[in-house]
Design a protein around this ligand. Sequence first.
Ligand SMILES: Cc1cc2nc3c(=O)[nH]c(=O)nc-3n(C[C@H](O)[C@H](O)[C@H](O)COP(=O)(O)OP(=O)(O)OC[C@H]3O[C@@H](n4cnc5c(N)ncnc54)[C@H](O)[C@@H]3O)c2cc1C
Length: 443
Amino acid sequence: MSEPVPYVFTRNLKTLPSADVLVAGGGMAGFSAACAAAKQGAKVLLLEQFADLGGVATTAGTAAFCGETTGQGEVFDSVIRELERLDAIAAYKPYIDCEARSFDHEVLKMVLQEAALAAGVDILFHTRLVDADASNGRIETAVLHNKSGLQAVHARTVIDATGEADLAHRAGFATVKGRDGDGAQLPMALNFFLREAARVVQQELPAAPAAPGGKLEAFANADELPMVSVWPQDDGKVGIKLKVTGRDATDGRSLSEAEIDARRMMWRVVHFLQRHKLRKFELSRHRFDYLSPIIGIREGRRVLGEYVLNVDDLRAGRQFDDAVALGVFYLDCMDPATPKKAYLIDWEQRHVPPYHVPFRALRPKGSRNLLVAGRCFSADQLALSSARVMTTASMMGQAAGIAAAWCARDGSELEAVYARKLRAELETRGARLEPKPGMTPVN
Ligand SMILES: Cc1cc2nc3c(=O)[nH]c(=O)nc-3n(C[C@H](O)[C@H](O)[C@H](O)COP(=O)(O)OP(=O)(O)OC[C@H]3O[C@@H](n4cnc5c(N)ncnc54)[C@H](O)[C@@H]3O)c2cc1C
């Protein structure tokens, strides 16, 4: 490939009113960070590139909380209470008895939006963080884009919850991605939905003259299918998750190709499911309902932090003095090398005891006013495969939000955040950082 030709682009940008805390990315981590900072009295601006809060949880259609769904801190716990009040979440079971608690992800969009607004968060939807300037470890300016064009914003503290560490990366902080050695990222997955219908229409394969071979091929039998998880929900609705491999979530071209290929694959899978039983699932009376607007991304960039949480920490159930989150979920490390169902580690090796995420893993190395939260925090690939789940991502967000608000209020830097004080505040606000007896799974 030829070298890109450099192009120097200069503009005078309109500057938005400054914020105490700027949060980029409105997934479970960014939402939790923004709410927690606002509850501390900070003026918070939350940027989200799409039109909903929740990220992978909502926009990508992943409608289940993995891990423990109580004691995650007041922000997450109040979301659960509201989902329960709206009858939009499965009954509670402790993690040990239930690895994922399903919810209605369309209802969650509304719950998150209203919770953020009630906390006083200023939400800008359809707004993408596109660049950031850092000097001497401090983010000085963030550049965003929406229908009003490119704009600049200044904030005292900044939280990157974009999933791909877009902000940290653009500002020049060190990041890594994928597996050591070949950089392969854990597979993406497309979530789509079928619905039982009174009038069944057997889906024909759409025309696809631009597809390889000029058409979409029907699958002859189940052995030809990629990994497909079938997940029946209420009211005749069935969620389907389709494994998508070999793509890079941080590369614009690769991500676009992932969506194109996954959508083609989805139609072939729908065609198959209407005509054949898959394992115990008989879906001949179901028709295609809808496809999530974006593919689900398990990992992109991870920052290199003041501490890199590693899989040995998880296996040892390591506790840290500067703990801000408690992880309990197993290592969910699907093999990126095959579209079939396969994992990097045998099932017996995938359970870990409860472990801590330390505050230092939310601090990009050398950062003075930038924190990260959620799936771009500082961890190795296997540790992330557990700690990225929504419950733990939300805990990280709440901690980052409180710390960021304190720094903004006091005019201090992250270095000054006293870990024990932060931990005490989190615990006061409902975060359980000590494992409950019986939380360790039995292999
Ligand atoms: C297919 C799949 C299945 C999963 N299953 C489960 C499960 O059952 N249960 C569970 O708990 N976890 C599950 N996970 C993991 C979990 O959903 C995610 O790791 C978690 O939701 C991550 O939250 P986050 O806030 O860190 O990131 P995200 O949810 O990715 O949020 C990032 C947000 O930032 C926005 N954004 C990104 N870049 C920019 C930018 N430049 N400017 C502005 N906004 C930006 C995005 O639009 C998004 O809203 C699954 C993940 C995948 C992909």
